[in-house]
Design a protein. Structure first.
Length: 123
């Protein structure tokens, strides 16, 4: 059994995908650093990382969860030279035990974003 999770506090998907799917675990689509109130990307890697994680948290809250329930993330960076700054901001949003994480460089991200983060959370 699976159900869609949708938060009105996050920009609507721009394609044929859901913000998240609850199938026992909650599988969140990647979020970028777009401010949902303006539709614009935040400036800089630190602000985009913070906003992407806030957006993920908003989606997870619709499923009754939060970032503390995340067990796995994937971080996509447009440039791996942003890793240290992204990592410093990322660490402010999670507590030990930290989620398992994969970080990769992508040749391009939606809307010119510098970071995109997806997550899997469990109850």
């Amino acid at each position: 059994m699976k159900s869609e999770v949708r938060s009105p506090r996050v920009s609507a998907p721009v394609g044929p995908y859901s913000q998240a799917i609850d199938a026992g675990a909650v599988y969140c689509a990647g979020q970028i650093g777009t401010d949902p109130s303006t539709g614009r990307l935040e400036e800089g890697i630190v602000a985009q990382t913070a906003r992407a994680l806030d957006n993920l948290d908003a989606v997870l809250s619709e499923a009754g969860l939060g970032l503390g329930s995340v067990v796995k993330t994937t971080v996509f960076l447009a440039d791996l030279s942003d890793y240290a700054q992204m990592n410093a901001e990322y660490s402010k949003h999670f507590q030990a035990p930290f989620p398992a994480r994969t970080t990769v460089q992508a040749s391009a991200l939606p809307g010119g974003a510098r970071v995109e983060i997806d997550a899997i959370a469990v109850r």
